[in-house]
Design a binder for this molecule. Structure first.
Ligand SMILES: O=C(O)c1cccc(C(=O)CC[C@H]2O[C@@H](n3cnc4c(=O)[nH]cnc43)[C@H](O)[C@@H]2O)c1
Length: 223
């Protein structure tokens, strides 16, 4: 059955989209891809992605949704960010003034190989970002939402160039890596990372940006 969308030659193929919440999925239901709601956080995202990748054949797994933008990114609510890398940022420890990631601790997220939780993005990411008018850079995944200027600055110091903070991207990427499927994270900005001001989150604009990025990825018509 036709999806109703044109099929340009640059399509990545069968795409799995993983979002954290039903509200995020609601805006994406008609896209020519499978949309799975994982629940919030990297563990929920990894489990849902692994199950979906076991149940069907996919060419690309995408973590999509809203995110906070770090002050140094220059991104504002309604902007779009595409991953060059998806980083499981809070795997590590603070040693005095110094952050020690897994690479400094001699630890790995994989049992048999050395892997520090920094996941490379699908090789079409840069082209997608350019076509969608999005920023391209490292996107961080945390289990806790940063809620102060100092916390935001600490993550930006640990991971220079980080654009956004979300809670699922690295989980999707980890499961995809184990399944041998390329992964990508695509986030619409809903809020600046910093002091909690939930009333100011611009979720509608962030979801519109997320949808725009996915439409560009899928070669789908804009509604
Ligand atoms: O109201 C709160 O304080 C609150 C605390 C935790 C999470 C939330 C969310 O609504 C986030 C859910 C969802 O959104 C992504 N997201 C959006 N902005 C951020 C952020 O600044 N830092 C981390 N994650 C963010 C995240 O991927 C979650 O799935 C509200």
């Amino acid at each position: 059955m036709s999806s109703g969308f044109p099929l340009p030659s640059a399509l990545p193929g069968r795409v799995l989209i993983v979002v954290a919440t039903a509200a995020e999925a609601e805006r994406l239901r008609d896209l020519p891809a499978r949309v799975v709601v994982s629940g919030v956080g990297p563990v929920a995202a990894a489990l849902a992605t692994a199950a979906a990748l076991r149940s069907g054949a996919y060419d690309l797994a995408v973590s999509a949704g809203i995110a906070g933008a770090y002050p140094g990114s220059g991104l504002a609510p309604g902007d779009l960010a595409v991953s060059s890398r998806m980083i499981h940022a809070d795997l590590g420890t603070q040693d005095g003034e110094r952050w020690l990631g897994l690479e400094h601790l001699g630890l790995s997220v994989c049992p048999d190989t050395s892997h520090f939780g920094h996941f490379a993005a699908w090789d079409g990411a840069a082209d997608l970002a350019q076509r969608a008018g999005a920023a391209l850079g490292p996107l961080l995944t945390l289990s806790t939402v940063s809620a102060s200027t100092a916390e935001a600055a600490a993550w930006e110091t640990r991971f220079p160039g980080a654009l956004t903070e979300g809670m699922e991207g690295a989980g999707v990427a980890h499961a995809a890596l184990l399944a041998g499927v390329p992964a990508l994270e695509l986030r619409g900005v809903s809020n600046p990372v910093g002091p909690r001001d939930r009333a100011s989150w611009r979720i509608g604009e962030a979801l519109a940006a997320t949808r725009r990025g996915l439409e560009t990825l899928l070669g789908a018509a804009t509604q």
